[in-house]
Write a protein that binds this ligand. Structure first.
Ligand SMILES: NC(=O)c1ccc[n+]([C@@H]2O[C@H](COP(=O)([O-])OP(=O)(O)OC[C@H]3O[C@@H](n4cnc5c(N)ncnc54)[C@H](O)[C@@H]3O)[C@@H](O)[C@H]2O)c1
Length: 362
């Protein structure tokens, strides 16, 4: 079995994480910090209250700056002053519904924010590994059943998807025109879809809406009980980003590549199955089904992650039951047992499972 020693690769390294106050960014920062890295997080705000980021913000070797990434000069100064060994770029207006309400801000953050980072790197002379996080929504949705490959056509209709696709076009242009010619830079794109897990309080996402209602002993309204979701745990996608960065550090051949990190797709589970499963681990919860459709959101895009499996030996290791169990237990601890700090325990539990079930040890 191959070993990729993440503690060795990230220990004492300087890591810049944009979007560190968000759902994915907070988990990513926490794991990298767990592996011994020093983190500088850059975000424009703390998007939710409660917030997973706030629970851990006082950790050692974890600093925060409040900066809007659409400010080109500020983001350049941060990169040049901090001199990171790794950059993970996640900052984005990440909600489809909000992108309809505020398309210009969405484009400014998602597309121009990414452009600003790339442009700063154009002049940058120190060694750095850069992982640019986009989305499954960058693919042109042609209702493909077999899953989208990295080489498939990009598209995107709603403002969120289009702004992330535009970010990919900017990335490709900068890679080909400037970044791939520079020996100090290694840059990749990571695409993942919707994820679930403890610590998400975003609006209009199923599990956050459920736990917000249940924490007040209210019934949650389930609008699309029969629609299916990917149900990938946040740690699965995040581990993909980390393993990709670690590989890129050791293997310059991956420079300029894109990788998908999709969920296990052997069986698709419905929203109602998720809620029923949550009840198993939080028995007092309840819901009411009321069917409505409020805004257009493109139907599910399935990712083909064979490239990540083959080259990085990355794979999802949790099944549906474990994913929902881990998520529900996280929120139940938070709301009912007043135990706020269980993420590190879940990270350790996840790493153990990963090492048992995957072809690489981390
Ligand atoms: N969560 C998902 O299911 C999912 C699915 C696919 C892709 N993604 C991508 O992953 C990344 C993180 O998503 P998330 O769910 O954690 O989002 P989130 O909304 O929880 O967090 C977004 C983060 O970006 C920051 N941000 C937004 N605009 C900014 C700006 N102009 N300047 C500085 N910071 C800014 C916010 O402050 C926050 O820290 C995004 O790039 C998103 O597009 C997420």
């Amino acid at each position: 079995m191959k070993k990729i020693n993440l503690k060795k690769i990230f220990n004492k390294k300087r890591v810049l994480v944009t979007g560190h106050t968000g759902f994915k960014g907070s988990w990513l920062s926490l794991i990298l910090n767990y592996f011994g890295a020093t983190i500088l997080g850059v975000s424009d705000s703390v998007p939710t209250n409660p917030s997973h980021f706030k629970i851990y913000k006082n950790l050692k070797k974890f600093k925060s700056k409040k900066v809007d990434i659409s400010n080109k000069d500020k983001i350049k100064k941060i990169i040049f002053d901090y001199k990171p060994d790794f950059i993970f770029h996640l900052a984005a207006q990440a909600l489809v519904k909000k992108s309809y309400l505020n398309p210009v801000k969405t484009w400014r953050s998602n597309t121009f924010g990414t452009l600003n980072i790339l442009d700063a790197l154009r002049d940058y002379k120190k060694k750095v590994v850069v992982v640019l996080i986009t989305s499954d929504k960058v693919y042109e949705n042609i209702e493909k059943k077999t899953g989208y490959k990295e080489t498939d056509l990009l598209g995107g209709k709603d403002p969120y998807s289009a702004s992330k696709t535009a970010a990919e076009i900017v990335i490709r242009s900068y890679m080909d025109s400037f970044l791939l010619k520079k020996n100090n830079l290694s840059t990749v794109i990571a695409r993942a879809g919707n994820v679930v897990g403890g610590g998400d309080w975003s609006e209009n996402r199923l599990i956050p809406d459920c736990v917000k209602a249940w924490s007040k002993n209210k019934k949650v309204i389930i609008r699309n009980p029969n629609s299916t979701r990917p149900w990938q745990h946040v740690l699965e996608a995040i581990m993909g980003y980390i393993i990709l960065a670690a590989n890129l550090k050791q293997n310059k051949n991956l420079n300029g590549e894109a990788f998908n990190f999709g969920p296990n797709t052997k069986k698709n589970y419905k929203v109602i199955e998720c809620v029923r499963k949550m009840k198993k681990y939080w028995p007092s919860i309840n819901w009411k089904v009321k069917k409505t459709q409020t805004f257009f959101e493109s139907s599910l895009l399935k990712l083909n992650s064979n490239k990540a499996l083959k080259i990085l030996k990355w794979k999802c290791v949790l099944n549906f039951e474990e994913t929902i169990k881990m998520t529900t237990i996280w929120y139940r601890n938070f709301y009912q047992k007043n135990k706020k700090k269980i993420s590190i325990n879940q990270i350790e539990e996840y790493i153990k499972i990963y090492n048992k079930r995957s072809k690489i040890k981390i």
